[in-house]
Design a protein around this ligand. Structure first.
Ligand SMILES: Cc1ncc(COP(=O)(O)O)c(C=O)c1O
Length: 447
């Protein structure tokens, strides 16, 4: 008698079922946005759709991954072509494949001069791990300096470099790292303001080295715009001072462009290049793959050469489909002139948000570069008391009006706006009108 095949009927899970399974089988570290979380099932360009077909303008892009736009037709076409041709899904770097080579060549044309070797990973965290290991290997030193309020990922060494307590596990092992003050102008750790600023935060990197290390370091890591920390946006001069200090003490400068890169900040593909940051390594992920899981650590040849004799293997890093998606993403960003668009739209949004800041007491600060924007909410401008509750309320109201935003900052009081770089003025005006309505309502109800 033939064995009857046991077929489980595959049915779409309801939202309640998904929530229930998440509760039972995902650790509590997997957090959700919104009191009534939404299930996203479809996406196109700058829009995402929930299970009921409701449309939302996606101003956070997963978490800052949607650079060229969801399901861009040119990427879809290439994926279909690769599938139709039975192209290999996985090779690893021990076999030759053209996609990784094309991507490496393209990326090193975009990096600042001298950064011409690139190693691929699946994520930003791994890219940063590799950056630490490479810098330590090159210098023979171990100490890494990071910034308070910085975020660099969720793996062990990287987590030890996070300057936000919320993202660090209780039993985080001691790593050879130390922290300098953040260039957080709105809440200057030195109590200064624009008029009397003497770049104390930049100079603090030297004090930190002199007071908490043996006087030599392996590396310094910083984001050129500190995304999760609340879109803290240092001025160019900060980097001029810090890079010199780092190099004087023998360290390598790691510029973490996982969030700020891929043209988001509006002039070059890498903000490090635009700001002329004298970096030795640049890490990237998120927008690089437009949602595909790919990260990379680009480094100067002199650092890469010192790795000779060592092996580094990342099973999926640089696999054909991911590499193709990253390369296509870069091509689309270039062909469709998305980088200047990100600057124009970002400047427009920020200028209008700054106008709103004059009207609403709860808007403490508006900052960012290009389409990486932060709006810090406070109880009132004078006290600058954090307003995390109001931030959640604004996010909820915006969601109900069809706008998805992100959140950041040590106290969760910074709205993050990071849509795809193709966003147009009409969409910018939509973001502004929904936000204004929310600011107005929250201001009235929180009095
Ligand atoms: C600046 C920065 N670096 C590193 C990471 C870690 O990247 P991933 O989550 O891909 O490991 C993130 C993630 O949010 C990030 O914002």
């Amino acid at each position: 008698m033939p064995v009857k095949e046991k077929k489980e009927k595959v049915e779409k899970l309801s939202k309640e079922e998904i929530l229930d399974i998440r509760k039972k089988h995902l650790p509590p570290t997997a957090f959700l946005y919104y009191k009534k979380p939404i299930e996203l099932v479809k996406a196109k360009g700058n829009y995402v759709y929930d299970e009921n077909g409701n449309e939302y303008f996606d101003a956070i892009g997963g978490i800052v991954c949607n650079s060229a736009g969801h399901n861009h037709p040119k990427i879809k076409e290439k994926i279909k072509e690769m599938l139709d041709n039975d192209e290999i899904q996985h090779t690893s770097t021990v076999f030759l494949n053209e996609h990784i080579a094309k991507l490496a060549k393209k990326l090193t044309l975009l990096t600042p001069k001298g950064i011409d070797k690139v190693s691929f990973t699946n994520s930003g965290s791994e890219a940063n791990e590799l950056a630490f290991m490479s810098a330590r290997n090159a210098t023979g030193e171990t100490m890494v300096i990071n910034l308070k309020h910085g975020y660099h990922g969720g793996t062990s060494a990287v987590q030890a470099n996070c300057g936000l307590h919320t993202w660090r596990f209780k039993s985080q092992p001691v790593a050879n790292v130390t922290s300098a003050h953040a260039p957080y102008c709105y809440r200057c750790p030195f109590g200064k303001n624009a008029e009397d600023c003497n770049l104390e935060c930049a100079k603090d990197v030297e004090t930190t080295i002199q007071t908490t290390t043996h006087g030599k370091i392996a590396a310094f890591i910083a984001e050129p715009v500190m995304g999760i920390g609340g879109v803290i946006t240092p001025e160019k001069e900060y980097f001029d001072v810090v890079t010199k200090i780092v190099h004087n003490y023998g360290g390598k400068y790691i510029s973490d462009e996982v969030q700020a890169g891929a043209g988001r900040c509006g002039k070059e593909f890498f903000l490090t290049k635009e700001l002329n940051i004298d970096a030795d390594l640049i890490t990237m992920a998120k927008g690089l793959g437009n949602g595909a899981p790919i990260g990379a650590c680009a480094m100067k040849s002199e650092i890469a050469d010192k790795l000779a004799g060592k092996l580094y293997f990342n099973t999926f890093g640089g696999d054909p489909y991911q590499s193709m998606q990253a390369l296509k993403t870069i091509e689309i960003i270039e062909e469709e002139k998305m980088i200047p668009n990100a600057k124009e739209m970002g400047d427009y949004l920020r200028s209008k948000l700054k106008e709103m800041m004059q009207k609403y007491e709860i808007i403490g600060d508006v900052r960012g570069r290009g389409l990486l924007i932060g709006v810090e909410l406070v109880k009132d401008k004078k006290s600058k008391a954090y307003a995390p509750k109001e931030t959640v309320e604004v996010m909820e109201m915006c969601k109900d009006k069809g706008l998805l935003l992100g959140k950041g900052g040590l106290q969760g009081n910074v709205l993050r706006i990071a849509p795809a770089l193709s966003m147009n003025k009409k969409q910018a005006d939509f973001i502004l009108s929904v936000l204004e309505e929310a600011f107005k309502t929250v201001s009235e109800t929180s009095q």
